[in-house]
Design a protein. Structure first.
Length: 296
């Protein structure tokens, strides 16, 4: 007749307004006397609710599961069922996208790293094989040395695949202090959040609609991959997705298979490390940047 939460109130109303005994009131409502006498012993969830509201306001595209990973980083480990209950009680939900993307929060310049392997930048570009099948390329750049650490090509690059590639790269290069990326679905997935938590690597997301906050890897897409073409003409657009139309896989050797494309990318990645010199690094090759002090 009534919901479980309202049955104790119905029993209290019957006893106060009609003078019924507890036994008779419980029998009429259809609830056990143990349920009426039960006193909840739940701990105070005030700090958890407050922090959950703050994180939900900062990460509007995160559901309760990904917010749970952020809470775990801060030392709060609520049960997933309890977290879902509090999430619903607070009236939180993933908001629908609408209108133009705008930067959220305060704008503050990021401090440049003063040594190699301190901060990495990630981004995706896309291309297609000669048969017309699309594939994507994961670019990883060291923000201090401007060195391209990895170029991974595949038809599908999920968050779990990105985490595996970063783990392999850490085994070769060592662990960075910070990783910078945009707000793509692969880079904001639960796999990436879990990976950054387990590896204790700080992950910084740029403001939505501001790709130049991740300018080092954008420069890689515009500069390094452009000059690997046989004839480096003017690029039609600076956006990394559109820059992929001039990637070495298409304009260089027209690879018919993905393996050929990966080999071409690896060859092009090694050449700038050995030959190209950057004025910001004192005109030294990128492989010797660890001996150069950063000059502001």
């Amino acid at each position: 007749m009534v919901t479980p939460g309202a049955k104790p109130e119905a029993v209290a109303h019957a006893r106060e307004q009609h003078g019924l005994s507890e036994r008779l009131a419980c029998s009429l409502v259809g609830v056990s006397r143990r349920v009426i006498r039960y006193v909840p012993t739940r701990p105070d969830d005030g700090p958890l609710r407050q922090r959950l509201r703050e994180l939900a306001a900062e990460r509007r595209r995160f559901g309760y599961r990904r917010l749970g990973y952020l809470l775990t980083r801060e030392g709060m480990s609520p049960n997933h069922k309890k977290l879902l209950r509090i999430y619903r009680e607070e009236g939180l939900r993933v908001r629908r996208r609408g209108g133009r993307k705008r930067a959220l929060g305060t704008r503050a310049p990021r401090v440049l790293p003063d040594g190699p392997n301190q901060r990495w930048s990630l981004d995706f570009v896309s291309d297609s094989l000669v048969c017309g099948r699309r594939f994507r390329i994961l670019c990883v750049v060291d923000d201090f040395s401007r060195e391209c650490l990895a170029l991974v090509a595949d038809t599908s690059l999920s968050g779990a695949r990105v985490a595996r590639e970063l783990t392999s790269l850490i085994g070769i290069r060592g662990k960075p202090h910070t990783v910078v990326s945009d707000n793509g679905t692969e880079l904001t997935s639960s796999a990436i959040l879990r990976w950054s938590q387990e590896r204790r690597v700080e992950w910084h997301y740029i403001a939505p609609g501001k790709p130049m906050q991740n300018g080092f890897v954008e420069r890689l897409a515009f500069d390094q991959l452009r000059f690997q073409r046989p004839t480096a003409g003017r690029m039609p657009q600076r956006n990394a997705v559109h820059l992929a139309r001039a990637r070495p896989v298409r304009a260089g050797c027209l690879a018919a298979r993905l393996q050929h494309g990966q080999a071409t990318l690896e060859t092009g990645r090694e050449d700038p490390r050995r030959d190209r010199r950057r004025t910001c690094l004192g005109a030294c090759p990128q492989t010797r940047c660890h001996t150069i002090k950063h000059q502001s």
